[in-house]
Design a protein around this ligand. Structure first.
Ligand code: SAH
Length: 227
């Protein structure tokens, strides 16, 4: 059983977007993960296919209607579906590599993309939506945020990226930022690759990388060291 992603959106034409390129796209074509995209508007019941209404209590913008969205969620993710239901939301818990890894080991995710001012609180409560943010800024809609979430998750699904080892050293995986990387040519604009990396001494290389990671994290992200 492979990772199964479902998206509920007013803009299905935006998918797979970045998720269709490179190794993630290949994984999708090979069935290592699947993507089902649902047009929220298909669940509207009036002749204008209305999905939103004005905020109760007043204020600017529009809010996605609970009845329409709940019907979409219940159809895409019926009772017994083990996948977490995620709402992309600037009010949510900020996405971390740890949460991405948990999701990658699970059955998949049902992801709701908000638009306008957001969605009716009652859907969040009754459908048990987990709110996830991709950072402290406000986007126009949840679609790009959903792609960010899925891109972080899908590359961790076994078999999608070549070697499993390619994750171990990455930024955030061990609570540190990654060390500097180099590749040929040996000399670029008069600057050589650090000698230790071409020494062939794997012990020295490992400790150099560890020191570099520590120093970089201390300088740029001391908050990670405190954790
Ligand atoms: N009025 C809301 C913002 C709505 S933005 C507020 O102040 O909290 C419209 C939609 O874009 C949201 O419903 C959400 O799905 C998405 N979105 C915006 N910023 C986001 C972020 N930082 N992370 C995840 N989703 C975001």
């Amino acid at each position: 059983m492979s990772f199964s992603a479902a998206i509920i959106t007013l803009f299905p034409e935006l998918f797979p977007g970045t998720l269709g390129a490179s190794v993630l796209g290949r994984g999708l074509a090979e069935g290592l993960w699947s993507l089902q995209v649902t047009q929220l508007r298909d669940f509207a019941t009036d002749r204008h296919r209305t999905v939103d209404d004005t905020p109760s209590g007043g204020g600017a913008g529009m809010v996605l209607k609970p009845d329409i969205l709940a019907r979409a969620i219940d159809t895409v993710s019926p009772l017994g579906d083990a996948r977490p239901r995620i709402l992309m939301s600037p009010r949510g818990t900020t996405l971390t590599q740890a949460r991405a890894r948990e999701l990658a080991l699970g059955p998949g995710a049902v992801i709701i993309c908000g638009r306008f001012e957001g969605i009716d609180q009652r859907v969040i409560d009754t459908r048990g939506l987990e709110e996830i943010s991709i950072g402290d800024y406000v986007l126009a809609g949840g679609e790009v945020a959903a792609m960010v979430l899925l891109e972080a998750v899908v590359r961790l699904i076994p078999g999608v990226l070549g070697k499993a080892e390619s994750h171990a050293d990455e930024s955030f995986e061990n609570g540190l930022l990654e060390y500097p990387q180099y590749t040929r040519p040996q000399s670029f604009e008069g600057v050589d690759i650090p000698g230790v990396l071409t020494s062939g001494d794997h012990g020295r290389i490992a400790s150099w990388r560890q020191e570099q990671s520590q120093a970089l994290t201390a300088a740029r992200r001391p908050d990670l060291l405190k954790k």
